[in-house]
Ligand binder design. Structure first.
Ligand code: OTU
Length: 612
């Protein structure tokens, strides 16, 4: 790798190589060492890393140095994320750039734009079926627009996060087209089976992500004369990571995007990268080795870049995605269990599942953290909570199915939402709906109901902001935007209720964000959220990895967490007042009120209390 670098870059690169190359070689030898041409392949990979290192723009290299010197830079309580679809938030990339002042007003330092690279023509799962990783989707702009946006965001102190959909490509990606045209090397990048024998064997233990709209995990493709592994929609073909060429080409693809100024990669569907017969082909050790190898590559070539794991898996499987002090993996991982458990707590008015999730959440290696969130573009997946839902002896399926019905508006609920991918009301899969609609704002028809709904939503935001994580707001939630039913009129979306929570940014609401008259949901939501964000910034104790202790002395419906010695956060998930046995004198960080001794929390109230 050093040989291809200009003289002045060599010392720095040599240093990084010394630190990370042995790790990388060991991981790759473990994964691909059995291939006859392994040494030649590795040599080519290292040369390509050298070329990408040399091509890294000076500004980004400076950022690399800064961050390498302070690797925990993203753990600060000043970090705040925002996630949006480009087309919904700004129309196109230039429109997103126009909204930078708004993001700054919110205090955002990290912007996750959902897929904006060239997507499959026609249906494309909201851009999650990529046909070219090297081009911006024409409807959203050009590569030059992307370069301009990353530059403007960086100047505004906002890191751009892009999806890196590494598990699969669209069936019109160049590799898929070549495979269909008979190119053997391209065909080897996918998992193709001549008949049903292997697919049937795998299916015995595989799960299903979209059981209704995309049942099964294999799709017949005439041009290939066989069945292709396709975990998600049939037009999303899983890549064959047992083939070293897939790994090296995807690694180079990621670095080319990093060199355009993308600072964070959301590694989509990481759990599925390696298949193994007799298992659900999720969370396999090799999937972790692949991620660790990618991390070593990033640490060598672009150490300012962060990797974020999107693995929607049970809590016990999550920590592995953040690696350990001596086996670094991703920097950030979605805490989908914590997110889903917050919704269960609302539906049950009980924090049992949440507490169990927190008990199952271990301390993390340095410079790694969780991503906390209230909602995202996907469904709230209930199955990740099976262990926690059963911990008290409950029937997990029945319990989670009840939550699922609750958010679809049954079970005496205030929610407006939809069940995702399940026709059986007694099975748990996922739930859809915007945060505001799920907490009852859509159906509320009195000031009192609106007030309670608003508190429920703030409660969930409060947990995400104070838990100790990188919190990410989902576009529209800050303005209490409700469900968007227009997807039902679009044939290509009608069967996928995740579109319920993928609305266009509502400019009229945005104009009302300072209007806090009674009954005005938007202004109250926005101003309350801003107040939480500001309070968070003021307390180091709320930084991502500052200590956290679950307090056991709260009533069942109250979540009580201590953050260090001087801060306590209390969340009442019940519609009735609850008393917490507080001792001593505390100041409320949110309204500066003084609390002395036991505290009665109003329905769905939250307090962040500072000692003294
Ligand atoms: C991810 O999600 C994306 O976030 C989805 O929007 C995509 O449809 C999908 O990958 C395919 O690219 O299982 O861990 O249950 O949680 O599809 C990865 C719905 C995933 C999502 C699931 C998901």
């Amino acid at each position: 790798m050093l040989a291809v670098l200009p003289e002045e870059l060599r010392p720095q690169a040599a240093q990084r190589l010394a630190a990370c190359e042995p790790v990388l070689r060991r991981l790759l030898a473990g994964l691909y060492g059995g291939h006859a041409d392994f040494d030649a392949w590795l040599g080519e990979l290292m040369a390509s890393l050298g070329a990408l290192y040399a091509a890294r723009p000076a500004g980004l290299r400076a950022l690399d140095e800064q961050r390498a010197a302070q690797p925990d830079w993203f753990l600060s309580q000043r970090m705040l994320g925002y996630c949006a679809y480009v087309q919904n938030f700004g129309g196109d990339l230039n429109g997103v750039a126009e909204r930078i002042p708004y993001l700054q007003e919110l205090g955002v330092t990290y912007l996750h734009l959902l897929p904006f690279l060239r997507a499959r023509a026609g249906e494309n799962d909201g851009g999650f079926a990529v046909s070219s990783f090297d081009d911006v989707e024409p409807a959203l702009g050009t590569n030059a627009d992307l370069d301009a946006l990353t530059t403007r965001l960086r100047a505004a102190g906002i890191s751009l996060c892009s999806d890196f959909i590494l598990n699969h490509v669209a069936d019109d990606h160049a590799w898929a087209l070549a495979a269909k045209a008979g190119d053997a090397a391209a065909r080897a990048k996918f998992l193709v089976y001549p008949d049903r024998e292997m697919p049937d064997r795998y299916e015995l233990t595989l799960g299903q992500v979209f059981p209704q709209v995309a049942p099964g995990n294999f799709v017949p493709v005439d041009a290939l004369g066989g069945w292709v592994w396709s975990t998600f929609y049939p037009y999303q073909w899983d890549l064959n990571y047992a083939n070293p060429a897939v790994f090296s080409e995807m690694a180079a693809t990621l670095l080319r995007l990093a060199n355009r100024g993308i600072e964070v990669f959301r590694l989509d569907s990481t759990a599925f990268l390696w298949k193994r017969e007799g298992t659900n082909s999720m969370n396999q050790p090799e999937a972790h080795q692949i991620l660790q190898a990618l991390r070593a590559i990033v640490d060598i070539v672009a150490p300012g870049v962060l990797l974020k794991a999107e693995a929607i898996v049970p809590t016990r499987e999550l920590p592995a995605y953040l690696g350990s002090a001596d086996a670094r993996e991703c920097h950030i991982a979605y805490h989908s269990s914590l997110m889903a458990a917050g919704w269960v707590a609302l539906s049950e008015q009980n924090t049992g599942v949440m507490r169990e999730v927190i008990r199952n959440t271990p301390a993390l290696p340095p410079a790694a953290t969780w991503l906390s969130y209230v909602r995202c573009h996907d469904d709230i997946g209930w199955n990740v909570l099976r262990a926690e839902a059963a911990a008290d002896g409950s029937d997990a399926n029945a319990r989670l199915a009840r939550a699922s019905r609750f958010f679809a508006g049954a079970e005496g609920s205030y929610a407006s939402g939809a069940v995702f991918q399940s026709t059986d009301p007694n099975a748990a899969h996922g739930s859809n709906g915007s945060a505001a609609s799920l907490v009852g704002l859509e159906r509320a028809d009195s000031d009192e109901e609106r007030e309670l709904a608003m508190r429920r939503l703030l409660l969930l935001h409060g947990v995400a902001l104070s838990f100790g994580a990188l919190p990410v707001l989902y576009m529209g939630d800050e303005l209490a935007m409700e469900n968007d039913y227009s997807y039902l009129d679009r044939p290509q979306h009608a069967m996928d209720s995740r579109w319920l929570q993928r609305p266009l940014f509502d400019d009229a609401r945005w104009q009302q964000r300072y209007d806090i008259d009674a009954g005005a949901n938007v202004g109250r939501m926005y101003q309350s959220l801003i107040r939480l964000v500001r309070a968070r910034r003021q307390h180091d104790a709320l930084a991502a990895n500052a200590p956290r202790t679950l307090l056991a002395d709260a009533p069942d419906s109250v979540l009580a967490l201590a953050r260090g010695e001087r801060l306590i956060t209390l969340f009442n998930f019940s519609g009735a007042p609850q008393t917490y046995p507080l001792q001593g004198r505390w100041t409320d960080c949110l309204d500066r009120g003084i609390v002395d001794g036991a505290l009665t929390l109003a329905p769905y109230a939250m307090h962040w209390l500072e000692r003294g």
